[in-house]
Design a protein around this ligand. Structure first.
Ligand SMILES: [Zn+2]
Length: 55
């Protein structure tokens, strides 16, 4: 019988770089993701998807 005294705490890891981190995404990757998301958004807005005509 295994005693459940030493409960192992699941160490959160960064989902992107796999390093132990306080949250799912470490700060470094978080900044990266954010920057990329912003860039994408800007590109989409700039991309000229004119949604006019339908109301
Ligand atoms: Zn990371």
């Amino acid at each position: 019988m295994a005693t459940r005294k030493s409960a192992r705490k699941p160490i959160p890891k960064c989902q992107l770089c796999g390093r132990p981190s306080a949250s799912v995404i470490c700060e470094a990757c978080g900044a990266k993701v954010r920057a990329e998301a912003m860039r994408r958004k800007q590109q989409i807005e700039k991309g000229g998807r004119t949604d006019t005509g339908r109301r």
